[in-house]
Design a binder for this molecule. Structure first.
Ligand code: X8Z
Ligand code: ZN
Length: 581
């Protein structure tokens, strides 16, 4: 016979899921309207819907705690645990405080979305997309520094909001038993939080030598280009010279860094522009990749309701995101698509979220999530790793497959995207965890941010920074409260997934030439992992796909193996590392 508390716990979970579903849909709709049409009214509406959802979640999480310590079926106790972890921000006690936190959160997102930089008084004000385009292309250090500094001023008015936000967010996390919000974020990984931190450090230690090698090569080439007065031979690389606002991916510098005798690699931007591909078609191309694996095409509503382009005449939050509004099949993406290779990757990334969401939609609400959040971020990128020359030739984008003996260009371009990202992926939440715990107080927010950017990435700001600035606010995930360690995990996991899929296909060639395009067996393996959602601890899902229960950095190292030797040769006699690392 089932115990009384077991019956009560299950009834509680069913009712909680129904309540949360209703409030989540309401909050998603409000957030969608806000982020695609930013006005004071939509800001107030999204804040209100968020406050309702976060307050209800805290309330339910506290009641869930009453079942703690009683023997319950695994899936029930897992749901009770996940309930406390379902949102990155929880409401602090008190209706006023809860609404205040939701308002601060919406306000910071709005500031980010509305950020502009006006290069000169007569010129037009540039939004982040326009600034990003210039940063990708310009090689003028003076212009680049101005763009960088101009955008970073977006953080300044966020600072007082962020200070208060940290207090309120921590109060919300404490209300459900966590020491602070960072502790709550670290508790999401089916292992003791300290063990999770140790895992991230272990993975970083494994890939760090490759990052330092790439850093040394890039710095050396930048010294040649800009001279030692701009780029110190053995110091940090100035952050504005890497082709990206946050120096998080460096592939826009490829034309500058390509070995003179190397194959040009594959220039996706050029291919897409030559074909006159428009934003909607770009999404279609990515959808066709998923379809080739056996996934159902996206629903008609996806095409009707998504935002693919920046609309004229209203403010929107352009940072790309994927949505599942009704948590069943009201799937959408929100992007301001530009026709570039970079955005081609992002479109695959976003559709990965949508196909994952759809595959776990049959799960009970609290299991409608990825195995861990790194998985959600990794799947679209895994598909994107299969955008190989062979795939491009099969789909008619390339006339002929280039011979593999000159692939160093292809690999360097990928490393500038994927390897360059690793320390940034690690440090954003490295910083935020310390901020939430109080280890870094407001008067050291910015200096610690730069200490960490120096230590991990080996980059330095182009102009002196002070505590009047708030440079973390110039990165979307800070105002939007999106945890960031997930991207570091994804950068490791996607190569582990890719290698596993290659092995099960019997592939013996180089990993960067392997593509799962059209491979239904690979699609079925991915789908069965997707369908598990968050119903099992993530090592189970990882094992189902890869045979391993631990995250493994040898995937990315194997992928770049042919490049490592080349980088070692190129950096012979060149300084490696930097003071302050
Ligand atoms: O934010 C994203 C996605 C949406 S989940 C576009 N990414 C991180 C970023 O842009 O900083 C993808 C890679 C890292
Ligand atoms: Zn994502």
């Amino acid at each position: 016979m089932r115990a009384q508390w077991e019956i009560e716990a299950e009834a509680f979970v069913v009712a909680a899921e129904a309540r949360l579903l209703e409030l989540s849909i309401e909050a998603s709709r409000a957030a969608w309207v806000y982020e695609t049409y930013i006005t004071p009214d939509t800001e107030a509406l999204t804040a209100r819907a968020d406050a309702r959802l976060t307050s209800a979640t805290v309330d339910l999480a506290r009641r869930a705690a009453e079942f703690e310590g009683r023997p319950l079926p695994d899936s029930t106790s897992r749901k009770l645990r996940l309930l406390r972890l379902s949102l990155p921000l929880l409401a602090p006690p008190g209706e006023r405080e809860s609404e205040e936190l939701a308002r601060l959160s919406a306000s910071m997102r709005g500031r980010y979305a509305k950020g502009r930089y006006q290069p000169d008084r007569a010129g037009e004000a540039l939004d982040l997309n326009a600034i990003g385009r210039r940063m990708a292309e310009s090689r003028d250090p003076v212009e680049l520094a101005a763009l960088w500094t101009g955008w970073h001023s977006v953080g300044v008015p966020m600072r007082p909001e962020f200070v208060r936000y940290v207090e309120l967010a921590n109060a919300g996390s404490r209300a459900v038993g966590f020491a602070d919000t960072g502790a709550m974020w670290r508790a999401k990984y089916d292992m003791p939080p300290e063990e999770f931190v140790a895992e991230t450090e272990r993975l970083w230690a494994e890939v760090r030598p490759l990052y330092r090698l790439l850093h040394a090569y890039v710095r050396h080439r930048l010294v040649e280009r800009y001279g030692e007065s701009v780029v110190p031979r053995s110091g940090p690389i100035p952050a504005h010279l890497l082709g990206n606002m946050w120096a998080q991916t460096w592939d826009n510098l490829y034309p500058l860094l390509a070995p003179p005798d190397a194959d040009p690699g594959v220039d996706l931007t050029e291919i897409l522009r030559r074909r006159k591909v428009d934003p909607r078609e770009l999404v279609r191309i990515a959808e066709r990749f998923f379809a080739s694996l056996g996934f159902e095409p996206l629903p008609a509503t996806f095409w009707e309701r998504s935002m693919f382009e920046k609309p004229a005449g209203r403010e929107v939050l352009c940072h790309a995101s994927a949505w599942d509004i009704d948590l069943v099949d009201d799937l959408r993406i929100k992007m301001c698509i530009e026709i570039t290779g970079e955005e081609f990757h992002v479109v695959h990334h976003e559709l990965g979220h949508n196909f994952y969401q759809r595959a776990y939609a049959h799960q009970p609400l609290l299991f409608r999530d990825s195995a861990n959040d790194g998985f959600h971020e990794a799947v679209g990128d895994t598909i994107d790793l299969s955008v190989t020359p062979e795939y491009l030739a099969r789909t008619g984008f390339l006339d002929a497959v280039p011979p593999p003996d000159r692939d160093v260009g292809l690999l360097l371009r990928k490393a500038l995207e994927k390897v360059a990202f690793l320390p940034f992926g690690l440090l954003v939440d490295g910083w935020r965890w310390r901020v939430f715990s109080g280890d870094v107080p407001p008067e050291r927010y910015n200096s610690t941010w730069w200490e960490m950017r120096l230590r991990y990435q080996g980059v330095a700001p182009p102009t002196p920074r002070s505590e009047a600035d708030f440079d973390p606010g110039a990165k979307a995930h800070i105002p939007s409260s999106t945890p960031y360690m997930r991207y570091f995990l994804a950068a490791i996991l996607q190569f582990q997934f890719h290698r596993a899929l290659a092995r099960s296909a019997g592939w013996t060639g180089p990993l960067h030439r392997f593509s799962i395009y059209g491979d239904r067996a690979a699609g079925a393996r991915l789908r069965s992992m997707f369908e598990m959602g968050a119903s099992r601890p993530w090592p189970d899902a990882l094992e189902a796909l890869t045979g391993s229960r631990t995250m493994d950095a040898t995937g990315i190292l194997d992928y770049f193996r042919p490049l490592i030797g080349w980088l070692e040769r190129e950096t012979r006699g060149v300084p490696i590392g930097w003071p302050g690392e």
